[in-house]
Ligand binder design. Structure first.
Ligand SMILES: Nc1ncnc2c1ncn2[C@@H]1O[C@H](COP(=O)(O)OP(=O)(O)O)[C@@H](O)[C@H]1O
Ligand SMILES: [Mg+2]
Length: 230
C-alpha cells in the first residue's frame, strides 16, 4: 500500500525566550493508507506535538511532511486549513463539542467553518452520521444531556462529515470507562475496515492492542515500532 503519511527528518522546536526546547528530534515515519496506528510514550515525549503536525494544526521547524504525496510542511495557513478539512478528521479526549448546539448542529460545524451552506442535503447527511454512530434518537439533544461515550460518538460523527481519509485521535478514550472505551474502539475499528487510516494517541496498552501498529516515542525519538498482527 502507498504511504498516506511520509515524514522525513522532522524537527520541532519550541522557543521560549532564549531557551530552545527540541521536542521532536529528526523523526522519520511512514504510515500506509488504511493502517491503524497507536502512538504511545511517556508524558512529554512529543505525542501531541507530532499529532498536531500530522493534523496540520502546526508546522515542523524543519524536515518534510508529505500527506498524500504532497509536501505540506511549508504551506500557508489557508492552504493548510484546506488540507485539514479535506483529508483529516479529529477526535479529542475532551470531545470538544459546543454545548449550546444540538447533536446534529455539532456534526454540521466543520461544514460551517468551511463556509459551506447548510441545506436540507447537508442536514440529512449529518442526521445519517448521527444514526450511524447510534444517536438517531438523540438528534436534538445537547452535549450535556449525553453521556461521555455518547458525546465521543458525536465527535466521531463530526470527524466524518468531510469524508476524511485519515482520522486522528489524541487519547480518544482518555475520559471514558473501559466498557465505553471498547464501544468507541469498535467504532474506530469499523471505520478502519471501510478504509479510513486511523492514528491515535493512547497511554493504555489495552487500547493500543486495537491498533495494527504501535509506535512508541521517547524524548522526541521513535523508540520502537511494532506490528500487533497482520
Ligand atoms: N507550545 C509549547 N511551548 C513550549 N513547550 C511546549 C509546547 N507544547 C509542548 N511543549 C513541550 O514539549 C514537550 C512535548 O509535549 P507534548 O507533545 O505535549 O507531549 P505528550 O503529548 O507526549 O505528553 C513537553 O516537554 C512540553 O512541555
Ligand atoms: Mg499529549
Amino acid at each position: 500500500m502507498a504511504a498516506i503519511v511520509r515524514i522525513q527528518n522532522l524537527v520541532k522546536n519550541y522557543y521560549m525566550g532564549d531557551v530552545t526546547v527540541n521536542v521532536l528530534k529528526r523523526i522519520d515515519l511512514e504510515i500506509e493508507t488504511g493502517d491503524f496506528v497507536a502512538l504511545m510514550g511517556p508524558s512529554g515525549s512529543g505525542k501531541s506535538t507530532l499529532m498536531n503536525i500530522l493534523g496540520c494544526l502546526d508546522r515542523p521547524t524543519s524536515g518534510q511532511y508529505f500527506l498524500n504525496d504532497r509536501d505540506i510542511s511549508k504551506l500557508g495557513d489557508d492552504r493548510l486549513s484546506d488540507v485539514r478539512s479535506r483529508y483529516l478528521g479529529f477526535i479529542f479526549q475532551s470531545y470538544n463539542l459546543l454545548p449550546q448546539y444540538t447533536v446534529v448542529e455539532n456534526i454540521e460545524l466543520p461544514l460551517l467553518y468551511q463556509g459551506i451552506n447548510l441545506n436540507a442535503q447537508t442536514k440529512q447527511r449529518c442526521i445519517g452520521l448521527a444514526q450511524m454512530v447510534g444517536l438517531g434518537e438523540r438528534l436534538d439533544h445537547r452535549p450535556l444531556q449525553l453521556s461521555g461515550g455518547q458525546q465521543q460518538r458525536v465527535a466521531i460523527a463530526r470527524s466524518l462529515v468531510n469524508d476524511p481519509n485519515v482520522i486522528l485521535g489524541d487519547e480518544p478514550t482518555g475520559n471514558l470507562d473501559s466498557k465505553t472505551s471498547v464501544e468507541i474502539m469498535e467504532m474506530l475499528t469499523g471505520l478502519n475496515k471501510i478504509g479510513k487510516t486511523i492514528i491515535m494517541v493512547t497511554h493504555e496498552n489495552d487500547i493500543a492492542e486495537w491498533a495494527r501498529r504501535v509506535i512508541r516515542l521517547r524524548d522526541g525519538h521513535i523508540e520502537s515500532d511494532v506490528r500487533n498482527r497482520d
